[in-house]
Ligand binder design. Structure first.
Ligand code: TYD
Length: 213
C-alpha cells in the first residue's frame, strides 16, 4: 500500500485539532497504520524549535528559517520513513502555514519561502526537482472574528494566538491564495458549522479523494 500524506490547516481557533484524531480512527478502522504529528514539531529537535518559535520574539526571517529547519528534520526523521512504509501521515499544519503566517501574517517575502520550500522538501529520488507535498490539505476556513471569539479565554495565548484579528485576516487571505495556486491539493472545509457537520465534511473530502471507503 502506498503512503498517504494529509495536512490540516487554518487560522488559530478554526477548530482543526479535534478532527485529526477522528480521521486517524477512521483510517485505523480500515487497517491502516497512522502517524499523527504536527508542525512545527514532530521530532525532539523540531519540538525544541517549536518552543522557540512560539515563545521568543524574533524577526520574520528568523521565524521562517526555524520552521523550515524543523520541517527538514521532521521530514527526514519521521514523515519520509513513514510514507516509505506505506503509512498514513496526518500532520497538524505544514508548509501552507509558513506561507500563511510568515508570508501573509508577517509579510515575509513569498519568493524566498518558495525557494526554501524547494530546498527543504526536495525528493532525493526526483532529478526533475519534484518536492514532497501533502496529497491532500484540509483547510479549515473560518472568519477571523469568529475564530477570535472561540479563542478568547480558552487558554493562555502563545505569540501567534495573541495577535490582533487583522493579522489573522492576512493569514486567512494567504491560505486562500495557496488554495487558488494549487486547487487540486486543497479541500476547503467550512469551519463555521457545528462540530458534527465539520466532522462530516472532513470525512466526505477524504472519501471524495478515494482515500477512505
Ligand atoms: P497550532 O498548530 O495552532 O497548535 P496549538 O493547537 O497547540 O496552538 O500552533 C502552531 C502555531 O505555529 C500556529 O499559531 C501557527 C504557527 N506556525 C507558523 O507560524 N508557521 C509555520 O510554518 C507553522 C507550521 C506554524
Amino acid at each position: 500500500m502506498s503512503g498517504l500524506f494529509i495536512s490540516f490547516e487554518g487560522i488559530d481557533g478554526a477548530g482543526k485539532s479535534t478532527h485529526i484524531e477522528a480521521l486517524a480512527q477512521a483510517f485505523r478502522a480500515q487497517g491502516r497504520t497512522v502517524l499523527l504529528t504536527r508542525e512545527p514539531g514532530g521530532t525532539p529537535l523540531a519540538e525544541v524549535l517549536r518552543t522557540l518559535v512560539l515563545n521568543e520574539p524574533m524577526d520574520a526571517m528568523t521565524e521562517a528559517l526555524l520552521v523550515f529547519a524543523a520541517r527538514r528534520d521532521h521530514l527526514q526523521q519521521m514523515i519520509e520513513p513513514a510514507l516509505g512504509r506505506g503509512e498514513v501521515v496526518l500532520c497538524d499544519r505544514f508548509t501552507d502555514a509558513t506561507f500563511a503566517y510568515q508570508g501573509g501574517g508577517r509579510g515575509f517575502d513569498l519568493n524566498v519561502l518558495s525557494t526554501l520550500e524547494q530546498w527543504v522538501q526536495a525528493l532525493d529520488s526526483s532529478p526533475e526537482g519534484r518536492i514532497r507535498q501533502p496529497d491532500l490539505t484540509l483547510w479549515f476556513d473560518l472568519d477571523p472574528a469568529l475564530a477570535a471569539e472561540r479563542l478568547a479565554g480558552a487558554r493562555v495565548p502563545d505569540k501567534f494566538e495573541s495577535q490582533p484579528v487583522e493579522f489573522f485576516s492576512r493569514v486567512a487571505k494567504a491560505y486562500g491564495q495557496r488554495m487558488d495556486e494549487q486547487p487540486a491539493r486543497f479541500a476547503r472545509i467550512e469551519a463555521a458549522q457545528s462540530r458534527e457537520a465539520v466532522g462530516q465534511a472532513v470525512m466526505l473530502a477524504v472519501q471524495h479523494k478515494g482515500y477512505l471507503a
